[in-house]
Design a binder for this molecule. Structure first.
Ligand code: FES
Ligand code: FE
Length: 366
């Protein structure tokens, strides 16, 4: 191999169900995994069930206002407690099989004939808890018995990319509201989506609208290539919108340095954060199979913009197009991963060499 070209992972890393199973157990079931926007669970009794690795996890808002996460499995004979993706219960979660009933804090509170079984400990036979953290208005869970430090794994990714945490704090993401959410069903391995997000070699070819707004992207170097660097808007560009027209007022905490710039952060394994002065675009990936990934993308705006009912569609349209362009490219690669032409993988050009570090990270985890 020449100096300019570095090898990628071999093709079967993107297709082999056994490798995907290893990724589930060693990456998605051991790291912090972003499952929801906290505001998606607005009131006591609101719940969401989300697949994390091979487990179904139930996130519930308690009567004390706090969020808790549990394995979505009845302690009696193992029935799945909630089959709906989201909903609200009045005050308890009841298993549809034999009616064991759990409080919103997970404790067993009732079961047919429970009073005649006084030796049954209601905490011991409560739902199995899962670690949960809230940050920037999102809910992360971790299935590991002893989770890695959230400060290192999640916040650390932001520090590594932006230089320090205050650079994201200034956007006050926890106070923003979802102005639009789009769910993409992508027929591609999750790693192709991460690799694509990490490079900009493709920007000039597939992202005409984005390179119009961020002219330096046409050069092929991703904003995340340099610590602390955000790509500048072109001189004629008024806002981060599909035609470069005016967006909204910049978020109140955004600094002068951050104005008219775009920053992108990858929080491994499944979150991308995109920062622009007047909104945030946050992607969460849910890998469902070696060749399929659900991506949920939120466009977050100030409460005032959302409450005013102002039209966000030109602002949403820019990154929606970018998403479709990116996911089409990933879907174009996916079938080729099993070709003999890709059995030993492909190559990375110098502006993509940092993806090699992502490959090393995956290999180390497996
Ligand atoms: Fe849930 Fe029996 S399996 S009550
Ligand atoms: Fe792209």
């Amino acid at each position: 191999m020449t100096e300019s070209l570095m090898p990628t992972l071999p093709g079967h890393y993107y297709t082999d169900p056994e490798i995907f199973a290893l990724e589930q157990s060693r990456i998605f079931e051991t790291m912090w995994f972003c499952v929801a926007r906290a505001a998606d669970l607005p009131t006591a009794g609101s719940f969401r069930s989300v697949d994390v690795g091979r487990e179904s996890v139930l996130i519930v808002r308690g009567r004390d206002g706090g969020l808790r996460a549990f394995l979505n499995i009845c302690r009696h004979r193992g029935a799945r407690l909630c089959v709906e993706e989201s909903g609200t219960v009045k005050r308890a979660l009841q298993c549809p099989y034999h009616a064991w009933t759990y409080g919103l804090d997970g404790k067993l509170i009732a079961a047919p004939n429970l009073t005649s079984m006084p030796d049954v400990d209601r905490v011991e036979y409560g739902l199995v808890g899962v670690h949960l953290r809230e940050w920037i208005g999102y809910v992360w869970v971790c299935l590991a018995d002893r989770p890695p430090a959230f400060e290192d794994d999640v916040m650390g990714a932001v520090t590594e990319r932006l230089g320090d945490l205050s650079a994201i704090d200034s956007y006050e993401i926890e106070d923003l509201e979802v102005g639009r959410r789009i769910r993409y069903d992508v027929r591609a391995n999750w790693k192709l989506i991460v690799e694509n997000f990490m490079e900009c070699y493709h920007c000039a070819t597939i992202h005409p609208e984005l390179t119009e707004v961020l002219p330096e992207f046409a050069g092929g170097y991703a904003a995340q290539y340099y610590v602390g660097h955000g790509a500048s808007f072109g001189p004629e560009i008024q806002g981060f919108t599909v035609d470069g027209g005016e967006g909204f007022a910049k978020l109140p905490g955004v600094t002068g340095d951050q104005d008219r710039r775009y920053y992108a952060v990858t929080i491994k394994p499944q979150v991308f954060v995109n920062l622009v002065p007047d909104h945030i675009i946050l992607h969460r990936m849910y890998p469902v199979a070696a060749d399929r990934t659900i991506v949920e993308c939120d466009w977050l705006y100030s409460k005032e913009v959302v409450a005013s009912g102002r039209d966000v569609s030109r602002s949403v349209e820019l990154f929606h197009r970018v998403n479709v362009q990116d996911f089409d490219a990933c879907e174009r690669c996916q079938p080729a991963m099993s070709s003999r032409a890709y059995a030993r993988g492909g190559v990375l050009v110098p502006s993509e060499h940092h993806i090699g570090a992502f490959h090393d990270w995956v290999l180390a985890k497996l």
